[in-house]
Design a protein around this ligand. Structure first.
Ligand SMILES: Nc1ncnc2c1ncn2[C@@H]1O[C@H](COP(=O)(O)OP(=O)(O)OP(=O)(O)O)[C@@H](O)[C@H]1O
Ligand SMILES: [Mg+2]
Length: 231
């Protein structure tokens, strides 16, 4: 368009009027900016799709040795937006304490689902706890999730996920792995997260999962998984 306008500076009034109507000067400035936003947008979509593919590991349906820490990291990446500070909500700090672990033979996508369910619950518990405290208290006792891994013995890894949220009473702890048990408002929780988690850890991977918690004391989930599955 620039070349054209240089070569033919005098255009017919009909064309002149049309160019005025569509505000050609603005379009000339705006289009490069729009294109560059689109480029950034598609780049961002590409990253999101890649992250989701990494998380679900759909291309690896079979049981195989995987790096547990990579699974935790890819889950945290997906949960990033829930961990960031928002107006009226403080950021949630993730404290990692990873040990040297061998690869663990598992269904990688399913195990990531376990991390996702437990971390989502921890975030819910922290949000509820912030709801019940004043801004001053939030500052002194900041929301945090601690993730620790440990090689219990050469054939057993343990993953500890602890939050300092609202915690649970004994009567709630007894029911958390039951299908459809939820304390969340209708429409917010289906109560399936932990029952699916239990199935994946105990039935599919022959591991164990337990929960330690008390009201106001946060909650800790301990998952233990054998490094090799017996055939
Ligand atoms: N970290 C936690 N702190 C406090 N309470 C928890 C925690 N994790 C689980 N709970 C309790 O266990 C209940 C069951 O959890 P579960 O993940 O199975 O279902 P849900 O989170 O309610 O719904 P969803 O199906 O969406 O996960 C929760 O409603 C909550 O009361
Ligand atoms: Mg849940």
């Amino acid at each position: 368009i620039n070349i054209y306008q240089n070569v033919y500076p005098n255009v017919a009034p009909e064309i002149e009027e049309f160019l005025d109507n569509i505000d050609i000067e603005f379009i000339k400035e705006d289009i490069p900016k729009t294109l560059s936003s689109m480029k950034i947008g598609t780049q961002r979509i590409r990253e999101i799709v890649l992250t989701l593919r990494n998380f679900s590991r759909l291309d690896e349906a079979d049981m195989k040795p995987v790096n547990i820490h990579q699974g935790i990291e890819s889950t945290l990446l997906i949960l990033q937006s829930r961990l960031q500070a928002k107006p009226g909500k403080p950021a949630i700090e993730i404290i990692k304490n990873y040990s040297e672990l061998p690869n663990v033979e598992c269904y990688a996508g399913q195990l990531n689902q376990v991390f996702m369910n437990i971390l989502n619950n921890a975030i819910d518990a922290l949000e509820r706890s912030n709801h019940e405290t004043t801004a001053e208290e939030i500052k002194s006792d900041c929301s945090a999730i601690a993730i620790r891994t440990q090689l219990v013995n050469p054939d057993l890894v343990a993953i500890f996920i602890r939050d300092n949220g609202v915690g649970m009473s004994d009567s709630v702890i007894q029911k958390i792995f039951d299908p459809f048990f939820t304390t969340k408002p209708v429409g917010q929780g289906t109560g399936l997260g932990l029952s699916i988690t239990y199935q994946i850890v105990v039935d599919k991977h022959h591991g164990t999962i337990e929960c330690i918690s008390a009201p106001g004391q946060g909650a800790e989930f301990i998952i233990q998984i054998p490094c090799r599955q017996k055939r």
